[in-house]
Design a protein around this ligand. Structure first.
Ligand code: DC
Length: 218
């Protein structure tokens, strides 16, 4: 059983996907964490994310792995270090390169096949990684609401920023993710689109659980 959850930054997909995997006892795959880990290395090596050649070369010398909800970069646990807005932006920039996507998508498919029962989340998990998934969800929300959610999360983590900056970053990231040529962010064919604006986490979660239960009855 494969469940894909895609959507823009701040749509709540990580929270929902993690919770769903936990409730169902499925393996959780956070594809964004993989792009973020590559982005962290790009930053550390002082490479300009717009320098495609350098990024692709770096990718060839990089080892990314996922273990539960942890992500490892060349053997180092970088799970917490990748959660900044700056790394999110770099991740979005390097995710434009087909060479980078090809390597990570291959890994994601292998992980999914090995696990059998999976909740996988990202931008292209229903369109590209697992187009034949059993259930495909696309979560959205207004940019303003997504910015507020992100802002709250960052504040809780003690990261200093302003709501205006977060909104600007979210809009920039939407633009990059939606307009890239390779695997742009869009709802997969056959996906259920859920607009989470004004909805609580529980409401969204219950709706997805209903979809899963109805699928199991079939
Ligand atoms: O979901 P996230 O914010 O952790 O993702 C960070 C960036 O990685 C996102 O802006 C674009 C890229 N990404 C992608 O291109 N494809 C995915 N399946 C997941 C993430």
């Amino acid at each position: 059983m494969i469940i894909t959850i895609d959507g823009p930054a701040g749509s709540g997909k990580s929270t929902i996907a993690k919770l769903l995997a936990e409730k169902l006892g499925y393996v959780y795959i956070d594809t964004g964490a993989m792009y973020r880990a590559v982005a962290l290395k790009v930053k550390r090596e002082g490479i300009n994310p717009t320098d495609k050649q350098a990024v692709v070369k770096l990718m060839e010398e990089t080892e990314i792995s996922l273990q539960g909800d942890k992500v490892f970069l060349d053997g180092e646990d970088v799970s917490h270090l990748i959660r900044t807005e700056e790394i999110g932006k770099i991740a979005s920039q390097i995710a434009r390169y087909p060479e980078v996507r090809k390597v990570l998508v291959k890994m994601q498919r292998e992980l999914g096949k090995r696990a059998k029962n999976v909740v996988i989340e990202g931008r292209d998990t229903g369109t590209v990684v697992f187009p034949d998934a059993d259930i495909k969800i696309f979560l959205t929300a207004s940019p303003e609401e997504r910015a507020e959610r992100r802002y709250k999360q960052l504040k809780e983590k003690g990261i200093q920023t302003t709501l205006e900056d977060v909104l600007k970053e979210i809009k920039e990231r939407d633009y990059l993710d939606e307009t890239r040529k390779d695997s742009p962010l869009r709802p997969a064919e056959g996906s259920v689109i859920i607009d989470t604006t004004g909805k609580t986490l529980n409401q969204v979660f219950d709706k997805i659980m209903d979809i899963v239960k109805n699928y199991e009855k079939k």
